[in-house]
Design a protein around this ligand. Structure first.
Ligand SMILES: [Mg+2]
Length: 274
């Protein structure tokens, strides 16, 4: 078990008020490491695309080129001195080049879907109950993912876990395949880590910019996930983070920090207890 950060008194107060008040609710959640487990058998699980690259059917050179791109672009992703424009340029180039690699090595839809069945890919406990709870109360859920093979895989994994998608929308990269089932293209705009921000949800009609009658429950596992509501005028945002460790960065920026291996039971329980 990870270290649990108790819900602070102030936060508890805020959350209670939010639940009791008349504002409607919306959930915006990350996928990799948030809805899916970040640790399986004590091992850190990489993002879905990295799981795909480790599949036995994938050409070894495909993995080599994918890793070269990671080594080239990841430092830009981490560079706090870049402007948002610069970072968005690098992140877009990164995904465009990764997609060229998928095409070059004829990665198929079948291989991508098979990677979703890897034992490394598991939803956190209580995710289905959380989705059912929100569905019953007509609370919309937006899954926001910058993972390269996003939409297709997320939809597959949710359906596989018998989760209703009635109240769920997925803002993530949609891949298209040719008649042979090989990767062909990605629907534009490409979602990457630097445009995984509220503004992208507005531009793509997932939410209206003015949501002042709505409280947002934002759930992520990375400090950058906080940007998923950036630019949207919500009445209030409750930030829930699955923490990596006893990180001050987490406890200072998320309202509610759960251990890295926690389930969704506590979030559902908190919403339901008011
Ligand atoms: Mg994540």
């Amino acid at each position: 078990m990870g270290v649990r950060f108790p819900l602070g008194a102030q936060m508890h107060h805020n959350m209670s008020n939010n639940i009791k008040n008349k504002h409607s609710k919306i959930v915006i959640t990350d996928f990799d490491g948030t809805l899916s487990e970040k640790l399986v058998n004590g091992q850190k699980v990489p993002g879905l695309i990295s799981v795909l690259m480790s599949e036995p059917g994938i050409d070894k050179n495909c993995l080599v080129e994918y890793e070269e791109l990671f080594n080239k672009y990841h430092p830009y992703e981490q560079d706090i001195n870049l402007t948002l424009d610069q970072k968005q340029g690098f992140m877009l180039k990164w995904w465009v080049e990764v997609y060229s690699v998928l095409k070059k090595y004829k990665v198929t839809e079948k291989m991508i879907m098979a990677s979703c069945d890897s034992p490394l890919v598991q939803l956190r406990s209580g995710v289905k109950q959380f989705f059912d709870y929100c569905n019953n109360l007509c609370i919309p859920i937006i899954i926001f993912s910058a993972n390269g093979i996003g939409y297709n895989t997320i939809e597959y994994i949710l359906k596989k876990n018998d989760i209703s998608l009635t109240n769920v929308r997925i803002c993530a990269n949609i891949l298209h395949f040719d008649a042979n089932g090989q990767y062909a293209s990605t629907k534009l705009p490409i979602i990457h880590s630097a445009n995984k921000i509220g503004e992208t949800l507005i531009k793509n009609d997932f939410v209206a910019p003015d949501q002042d009658q709505t409280d947002c429950v934002l759930i992520g596992d990375n400090i950058d996930d906080l940007k998923m509501s950036e630019g949207i005028n919500f009445n209030n945002v409750i930030r829930v983070g699955f923490g990596d460790h006893a990180s001050v960065e987490f406890t200072q920026n998320f309202d509610y920090v759960l251990p890295i291996d926690a389930g969704f039971e506590e979030i559902t329980g908190k919403l339901n207890s008011q």
